[in-house]
Write a protein that binds this ligand. Structure first.
Ligand code: ATP
Length: 423
């Protein structure tokens, strides 16, 4: 059933409950069109006869509940129709969540469902989150999507975590509409790089979500959908348990790992439903390089938009106008610390960074904080890249999505996430 698609149009006839899976060849684009019937991509409905363009490396599944015809134009790595999908089970999850929302609508003492999706890497967690968000939005709900996957977050750039209110299905080509997401600076691509800070930010985001639910009954009824990262052992498992507690989740969907399912069933209080779900055979495993490329693409998209639709600004910022920090000093061995100070405390401490040429290509978050004391607990306003450093005149050249001057002077440097601006 696998076939190579060449520049000419290829037609696929899909029976009900099947999906067309394809991957766009490196360096190519694929144009997709629904010519008959109904179909959806990760829960967002396709418009008939509209052309959707997917760029290099995109992995797509077009699912149909009733049958459809799809045309593809462009080079794909693979393109095949799969009959066996977990979509009915995923739909059942959505239906159960929607019933909980209806209950919350009828009884003000009950709030809407908070569901957390967990599992190892490459099992389709982000995709299931997207499906659940899209199905909810199609019914007029406005759930809060929380993304704790610092390596591959879908609501901001890598190295961050946060929350986004979803009030319409994600755009099929462009993803979620990023209307005023609440984003926090973590600074690394894996929670293991600073677990103390990671857990602290989870607590912080959970507090903001509670406040939002108190002020908006629509958000309160719609509930929250929480995406996590694929680290499910040791500290990663502890972080999952911490997040479940902080967000007071009602449901945990465990994808593709029985051991994790049984551990959570044992460790969670009885009122938390822990459900095991299979992964889709379509989820593609991504190598370290593919993940790195995806991170780079995400950062580039932040500044330049999808297919270069945005025009970022470059301007000079004197050293003296900014204060730069990194969050987290290396943890010292307990024996070297004064009595009563824990080695972990240093992990959320601010480390001042001297302006220098070493900051070239680094990404920095613009903190919303006005003073040093507020920094760790404050969300960020946006991101900049230091593209050049004039050491003699003590001026940074920065790339920014908005024109200068910077809205705030406190900048936080990302530890191991950089961006080379070749434009
Ligand atoms: P991680 O936690 O490692 O970031 P994940 O578990 O969140 O990964 P996803 O990002 O949801 O996994 O999926 C991995 C890739 O597989 C994505 O590129 C997604 O578009 C693709 N994918 C998901 N489901 C399907 C499917 N049914 N058919 C084809 N591709 C799919």
């Amino acid at each position: 059933e696998t076939q190579k698609v060449n520049p000419d149009k290829v037609e696929f006839k899909l029976e009900k409950d099947t999906e067309l899976r394809f991957e766009v060849e490196n360096g190519a684009n694929v144009v997709l069109e629904l010519s008959a019937g109904q179909a959806e991509i990760f829960g967002a409905e396709l418009t008939k006869n509209k052309k959707y363009t997917f760029s290099s490396g995109f992995k797509v599944a077009v699912f149909t509940w009733h049958g459809c015809q799809i045309n593809l134009v462009g080079k794909t790595e693979v393109a095949y129709i799969a009959k066996d999908t977990p979509m009915t089970m995923y739909l059942n999850c959505h239906t159960a969540l929607e019933q909980m929302r209806k209950k919350a609508e009828d009884d003000f003492s009950i709030r809407g469902p908070r569901v957390m999706i967990v599992g190892p890497g490459d099992v389709g967690k982000s995709t299931l989150c997207r499906l659940l968000c899209n199905y909810a939005a199609r019914l007029g709900r406005a759930p809060i999507l929380i993304d704790l996957d610092v390596g591959q977050t879908e609501i901001s750039i890598p190295g961050t975590m946060g929350a986004l209110s979803i009030d319409r299905p994600a755009d099929i080509e462009e993803g979620y509409a990023l209307n005023a997401p609440l984003i926090y600076h973590f600074g690394h691509k894996s929670p293991s790089d600073n677990l103390k800070l990671y857990n602290l930010l989870i607590t912080r985001i959970a507090e903001s979500v509670s406040l939002r639910c108190e002020s908006s009954s629509r958000a309160n009824i719609s509930g929250a959908i929480i995406n996590t990262c694929g680290w499910v052992r040791g500290g990663g498992y502890q972080a999952i348990v911490h997040a479940a507690t902080a967000f007071e989740v009602d449901v945990i969907l465990v994808m593709d790992q029985e051991r994790l399912h049984s551990e959570l069933s044992k460790d969670m209080p009885n009122f938390v439903k822990v459900v095991l779900l299979p992964k889709s055979g379509g989820v593609v495993e991504r190598s370290k390089i593919v993940r790195r490329d995806a991170r780079d693409a995400r950062i580039k998209e932040y500044f330049y938009g999808i297919r270069n639709s945005l025009y970022p600004h470059t301007f000079g910022v004197p050293y003296s106008e900014v204060t730069i920090y990194k969050i987290g000093a290396p943890a010292l061995p307990e024996a070297m610390l004064p009595l009563g100070v824990s080695a972990q405390d240093s992990r959320t401490k601010l480390v001042p960074i001297q302006p220098s040429g070493a900051l070239r290509h680094h990404i920095l978050s613009v903190s919303s904080a006005n003073s040093t004391e507020e920094i760790v607990d404050s969300n960020v306003l946006g991101f900049i890249v230091i593209t050049e450093v004039d050491i003699d005149r003590k001026i940074f050249s920065i790339l920014s999505p908005t024109p200068g001057p910077l809205p705030r002077h406190i900048l936080l440097v990302m530890d191991d996430i950089q961006f080379m601006d070749f434009k």
